[in-house]
Design a protein around this ligand. Structure first.
Ligand SMILES: *[C@@H]1O[C@H](CO)[C@@H](O)[C@H](O)[C@H]1NC(C)=O
Ligand SMILES: *[C@@H]1O[C@H](CO)[C@@H](O)[C@H](O)[C@H]1NC(C)=O
Ligand SMILES: *[C@@H]1O[C@H](CO)[C@@H](O)[C@H](O)[C@H]1NC(C)=O
Ligand SMILES: *[C@@H]1O[C@H](CO)[C@@H](O)[C@H](O)[C@H]1NC(C)=O
Ligand SMILES: *[C@@H]1O[C@H](CO)[C@@H](O)[C@H](O)[C@H]1NC(C)=O
Ligand SMILES: *[C@@H]1O[C@H](CO)[C@@H](O)[C@H](O)[C@H]1NC(C)=O
Length: 931
């Protein structure tokens, strides 16, 4: 080993020390460390070639180096944090460990977040750190094999997030000073050592996400200092020992996702704040005092086999209660809370067998924001008093036997986001006042006995993305529909009549349209063929007449059961895109002619249909709505400033031939400028944050802010144009399309691992930038491979950032109405936290990483990629089969790097948001895989 260190005689140091310490000021003395420690640190710096500062070369004072902890008067080193120092095993592990262990006063050593594959022997000797080593942190490394034996001075041992195998050795139970033991996120099997009760100082025992089996040792109740016991996601069985209830210090107990049986011990929550026993096989009833304990904050017992009734006494401090998917019976009790408002915000008791009425007394739960009573046997009316719960965001009452009318008072729920009352026996008409629910995104009233018409006022429900009214007794001519429907409009199985409503054409992003089994008459309007997002159109069993217009091949159209409909002759085969192997030039020319003719016809049809139906279509060029009120250049780049021509840009908007891409929330057009340069013109979706600002001046402010951002991996608007009701943003043109298109399309084979790795780093870089914005983190609402544009095969750009929301996470504002992610990318906790978070974005990023690694889509064959990969990665021998076979076998080096990146991805898609790394760490971890 090359050692460029020139030893300095200790005597020199002595004099040096003496001089400064006694004759100048105490303050001036920048180094008082014993010479041996100074030497060690200098050597360590050489050896690790670290990021440690060498600026103060004359008087290196290691106590001021990053990660070096000294005692109060800086006379000895007490701790070293080499976290994220890119340490890997090839750097002579024994050398650095020996050096570190030579620091006799060392108490803590943190080497988390590196790529260490072994714990070098010196660190295990009882002489390490002069025998006084107290904390050893090897979390987030690449340790494999069995857990070694440690010195008994340890008070904290963190080996979490590695690949340790085998059983937890009994030697662990000899570390009697331990107060923190974290072995979570490994592949340990076997039982929890029965001698664990010997660790009488233990405060935190974290063993989640392993494959531990057997039962919880009953001696656990003797750990009288324990405050955190986390056993989630293992294969533990047996009963939960009643002795746990005796630990007066225990605050948090999680044993979800195991195979525990038996009943819930009495008194288990006496001292707890948080209890999670969901996803087990627990039986028996919920103990009557379980929910009444004064310190209790969250209880999750969902997905068990619990019977009996809901406890009558509920603590005022209880914030989240989840008892769904059990076999609970009886009525919802009249909870009484005295004078104070209860904290209860999340009440989930769906999927049980509860009976009786919904008690009007629920109105006392003033903080309730989610109420899930679905899939029970509730009867009676929907109480008017629900209208008092003005923090409600989600109400799920579906699949019960509720009757009577929908109370008008529901319309008072100002921030209600989702209302599901489907599959009940509600009658009466739909209250017109429901249109006051201006935040409502999903309304599901299907399968009831509702009568009357769709209220005209529904035309003002601007946030509504989904409207389900099927299987009712609704009737009449439809005059108005919500303008921005996207997910689905289902009016099937009613008695609607009259023409297919023209106002439908406003919902240009609608995906599913079901009008079947009604009495709609007239012809099928041509504008339906222009709604580019539609995937299903169900028109069967109506009284429609005329001829069926020609729909694009990707739409599923059903029209049977309309006896007077006529069908145009079958499409000429030359127009069929699939038939492109045409051998003769003649056919090619004929096709071209046919295509051109077809386009002309379509355009003509559009114009004609617009004339006849007078649809309110804001995409017709030169319509008054497209009149630009204001346009402005944001970029300072002279090339763009001279190239961008707003008139030209706006001409392309709404032209089929310029449409290049339609994502879930935006439409991109390609605009060629007089100079020959091209730009993207993006029509911003009305659900974007900037529109929620309402006023034009605020929208402009927001766009200016976005335009000032600078990052090569984020699509930054170069200019904008505002019309009365829309905003158009101009971007640099990129012709590779979205990451989704490339990765899952024909270009897939061109994406080798090097490209994919650059894409991963690029997206990470963009996201870290957005999260780190000085003006406050920018959180993305819908991060997916469809929202990432490729400038080239290795330069990604995150798009649609105006859909984001600037949220101060410390105030944890933001709410469910901002959550609009795509299936497969939405982290599991959004279901109950109902807010967009940074860890939530990290999850979505993890899914994109998995797409790059596996070549699979975020949801395939009905299962989510994140869940599939997490499960698959636990099968020790098959881990590399997760990887995309088209790139898997290139070389050993590549495969190792892919496996290391897979670890990063799995950390990002962790079920628990707290366990996910932040984006800065993700970048570090990704860089660490490259060596
Ligand atoms: C190096 O020292 C300077 C001045 O003390 C400090 O600002 C900088 O953050 C240090 N760099 C590192 C990597 O610690
Ligand atoms: C170990 O390091 C990780 C990551 O740096 C940190 O989150 C964790 O709290 C540390 N563990 C202990 C016991 O200090
Ligand atoms: C869980 O443990 C049971 C026996 O207790 C065993 O049959 C099963 O295979 C284990 N499951 C896993 C995933 O290891
Ligand atoms: C709940 O209703 C379902 C369907 O109506 C019925 O099969 C079930 O027996 C009922 N359960 C109870 C506990 O009433
Ligand atoms: C709705 O049903 C209830 C009984 O379930 C009945 O008393 C009421 O008259 C019905 N209302 C209408 C408008 O049909
Ligand atoms: C309402 O609940 C049913 C059953 O849980 C579900 O299938 C449906 O998608 C829900 N509707 C909406 C709009 O979420």
């Amino acid at each position: 080993m090359k050692n460029r260190y020139v030893p300095i005689p200790p005597l020199f140091f002595f004099f040096f020390f003496f001089f400064f310490f006694f004759f100048i000021t105490l303050h001036y003395a920048s180094c008082q460390l014993p010479p041996s420690q100074l030497t060690t640190m200098t050597n360590l710096r050489e050896l690790l070639q670290t990021k440690w500062n060498s600026s103060s070369q004359d008087l290196p004072n290691p106590c001021s180096w990053t990660g070096v902890l000294c005692n109060q008067n800086n006379s000895v080193i007490t701790g070293l944090s080499l976290s994220s120092f890119s340490l890997f095993t090839i750097q002579d592990a024994s050398s650095w460990s020996s050096l570190v262990c030579g620091i006799e006063t060392l108490e803590t050593l943190d080497v988390s977040n590196n790529q260490l594959a072994v714990i070098a022997p010196p660190l295990l000797l009882s002489s390490c750190g002069g025998g006084g080593l107290k904390v050893l942190n090897f979390s987030f490394n690449m340790l494999s094999g069995n857990i070694p034996s440690f010195q008994s001075s340890l008070e904290g041992l963190d080996l979490s997030h590695n690949s340790l195998h085998g059983v937890i050795p009994d030697q662990i139970t000899e570390l009697v000073n331990l107060s923190v033991l974290d072995l979570s996120y490994n592949q340990l099997n076997g039982p929890i050592p029965s001698g664990i009760d010997q660790l009488s100082k233990l405060q935190q025992l974290l063993l989640s996400e392993n494959n531990l089996s057997g039962s919880i040792p009953s001696g656990i109740g003797q750990l009288l200092n324990l405050w955190q016991l986390i056993l989630s996601v293992n294969n533990l069985t047996g009963e939960i020992p009643p002795s746990i209830a005796q630990i007066t210090t225990l605050k948090r107990f999680s044993a979800n996702y195991n195979g525990f049986t038996g009943s819930i011990p009495l008194g288990i929550t006496r001292y707890l704040s948080n209890l999670d026993l969901s996803y087990n096989k627990l039986t028996g009833s919920v103990p009557s005092d379980l929910l009444s304990q004064p310190n209790l904050q969250t209880v999750d017992l969902s997905f068990n086999n619990l019977k009996g009734t809901l406890p009558v006494n509920v603590s005022k401090s209880l914030f989240r209660l989840r008892l769904g998917s059990n076999r609970l019976t009886g009525v919802i009790p009249l909870w009484s809370f005295g004078n104070d408002d209860p904290s209860l915000a999340y009440l989930e008791v769906g999927n049980n067998s509860l009976t009786g009425m919904i008690p009007p007394e629920l109105r006392l739960c003033k903080n309730l924001s989610l109420l899930d009573l679905s899939h029970n046997n509730l009867t009676g009316y929907v109480p008017r008093e629900l209208g008092d719960l003005n923090k409600l965001q989600v109400v799920q009452l579906d699949h019960n036997s509720l009757s009577g009318e929908i109370p008008d008072e529901i319309s008072e729920l100002q921030i209600l986001n989702k209302l599901n009352m489907s599959w009940n026996s509600l009658n009466g008409s739909i209250p017109p006042s429901l249109s006051k629910l201006q935040k409502l995104m999903n309304l599901d009233l299907q399968a009831n006995y509702l009568t009357g018409q769709i209220p005209d006022s529904f035309g003002n429900m601007n946030s509504l993305l989904e409207l389900q009214l099927g299987k009712n007794r609704l009737s009449g001519v439809i005059r108005s529909l919500p303008p921005n429907l996207q997910i689905s409009l289902n009016l099937s199985r009613n008695n609607f009549e009259g023409p297919i409503p023209a106002s439908l054409s406003r919902s240009q992003s609608l995906e599913i349209l079901d009008l079947s089994n009604n009495r709609f008459n007239g012809s099928i309007p041509n504008f339906l063929t222009q709604m580019g997002s539609l995937t299903q159109i169900l028109l069967s069993n109506n009284l429609l007449t005329g001829s069926v217009p020609r729909f694009s091949g990707k739409v599923n159209v059903s029209t049977e059961g309309n006896i007077n409909l006529s069908y145009p002759p079958p499409t000429s085969p030359s127009v069929d895109r699939k038939n492109n192997n045409a051998a003769s030039v003649g056919i090619v020319v004929a096709s071209a002619v046919a295509v051109v003719t077809f386009i002309i016809l379509v355009v003509a049809a559009v114009i004609v249909s617009r004339k006849f139906h007078r649809v309110n279509d804001d995409e017709t060029p030169h319509s008054p709505q497209l009149e630009v009120i204001k346009s402005k250049l944001l970029t300072l780049n002279v090339i763009h400033r001279t190239n961008i021509d707003f008139t030209k840009a706006m001409e392309c908007v709404g032209q089929l031939s310029s449409l290049v891409l339609k994502t879930k929330f935006s439409t991109y057009y390609k605009a060629a400028m007089p100079s020959g340069m091209s730009y993207f013109v993006k029509k911003v979706d009305p659900s974007a944050k900037i529109f929620q600002l309402g006023r034009h001046d605020l929208i402009e402010q927001e766009l200016e802010t976005l335009g000032r951002l600078r990052n090569s991996n984020v699509m930054i608007p170069l200019a904008y144009a505002l019309t009365v009701d829309s905003a158009y943003l101009l971007y640099e043109f990129t012709d590779k399309g979205t990451l989704f298109d490339v990765l899952h399309g024909s270009l897939k084979k061109c994406l080798d691992w090097t490209n994919r790795y650059s894409i991963a780093l690029g997206v990470a870089n963009g996201l870290a930038f957005l999260h780190g914005c000085p003006s406050g983190p920018i959180l993305l609402l819908d991060l997916s491979s469809k929202g990432v544009m490729l400038k080239s095969l290795d330069e990604p750009q995150i798009g649609d950032i105006e859909l984001s929301k600037v949220i101060d996470p410390s105030k944890s504002t933001g709410n469910l109405s901002d959550v609009a992610g795509s299936v497969g990318y939405v982290p599991p906790e959004y279901a109950y936290t109902m807010r967009v978070t940074m860890p939530g974005n990290v999850y979505s990023f993890g899914v994109i990483l998995l797409e790059l690694l596996t070549g699979k889509t975020a949801v395939s064959e009905g299962s989510e990629l994140a869940k599939w990969a997490s499960a698959k990665s636990k099968e020790k021998h098959n881990v590399d089969q997760i990887l995309d076979s088209t790139i898997r076998w290139t070389s050993r080096v590549v495969k190792d790097q892919m496996l290391a990146v897979l670890k990063v991805a799995l950390a990002c898609v962790n079920v628990s948001p707290e366990a996910r790394p932040d984006m800065r760490n993700v970048i570090r971890m990704l860089l660490n895989t490259r060596n």
